[in-house]
Design a protein around this ligand. Sequence first.
Ligand code: FAD
Ligand code: UDP
Length: 371
Amino acid sequence: MHFDYVIVGAGFAGSVLAERLATQADKKILIIDKRPHIGGNAYDCLNEDGILIHQYGPHIFHTNSPEVVTYLSQFTEWRPYEHRVLASVDGQLLPIPINLDTVNKLYGFSFTSEELADYFASVGEPVKDIKTSEDVVVSQVGRDLYEKFFRGYTRKQWGVDPSELDKMVTSRIPTRTNQDDRYFTDQFQCMPLHGYTKMFEKMVAHSNIQLMLGTDFKQVKDELSYDELIYTGPVDEYFDFCFGKLPYRSLRFDHQTVDVEDYQPVSVVNYPNDHAYTRITEYKKLTGQEHPKTSITFEYPQDEGDPYYPVPRPENAALYRQYKQLADEQKSVHFVGRLGTYRYYNMDQVVAQALTLYKKLVGADSLQEAI
Ligand code: FAD
Ligand code: UDP
């Protein structure tokens, strides 16, 4: 059978493009994924106790893009959810991002917001040119808070010191002088009401879309007949690592179900300084599910394993640029997604990137037209 498009990867990038091209442009699509399921890293499923868990770690949807929300709302209803995270520091569970309560509880102060701003100004170490993930935090909140909340977590998560990581990594976490304890401040924050996988099932349920799961593209590529390829796997792997391996950070997920209804006060607790894991997630607090037991996941960062995080460092960006140049030279191959473009992207950014590629492929004028 001949396909207009073969799409490698059934995550957000691949599924959005398949859905658009199949339903709006009447293209015949084959999606191939080496995993036995759709959804990519956002895949969720019921575990053996019937609790909805995220197989590849906690996924919280948040965005400021109305287009992305409008687009995804065709495939799911939403459950309002504002994410809150506590960090275990010096024997207390304290709000992260660092805010007024974090500092007052940690040090036993009773600062007002204005006093906290003055305090940050007094302990922050001026950095002329903020380049690294250490610079970002130390310049804002000083060395003690940096060491208690960021240094250990980042070293565990990335396997390198924050001083060796691009500023964009810790810049994801703001510093606040008020009591806002939400992890994100985006306009839209919600979870798919029936889970991510149900949403993906609706996206790819079209007679123009065929799925080939549990199959590595490399093993079948010579047997396929198609006009164009959309590739959402690791870009360096596609080119047989011809310029060398792009570093990715991986994780080991230790999923457990415990025989208590309630495990921890919020859905995610971070452990910057103790233990080999970075954080524990309790899913019922994300999904709203009620169940007499509860399921939790410990995340252990590691180098080997599935590529989860592109590592933002200048030398990696330089290596990626070599692959990008090669990728741009491929006439009928399009690279998209977190691994395809080696970007530390959230789900909404990947959806927007995929819609933008769709727009380009079909010659639509605007994102509105594309959705
Ligand atoms: P993926 O979901 O990785 O999909 C790529 C697919 O390609 C995979 O299924 C893979 O099996 C397949 N593939 C690769 N190579 C081949 C091959 N050779 N043959 C066949 N198939 C192949 N984002 C948020 O917005 N909020 C969050 O809270 C959040 N939390 C996260 C937590 C963790 C632990 C991680 C790792 C990521 C998180 N993200 C979060 C980011 C989010 O997972 C990504 O932005 C999004 O899933 C990327 O979609 P994608 O389609 O680009 O890639
Ligand atoms: N971070 C940290 N301490 C925390 C939370 C985050 O040092 O308590 C740093 C760490 O480097 C992490 C980055 O900020 O990788 C981004 O955090 P985020 O929660 O966005 O990571 P993700 O959910 O993508 O794993």
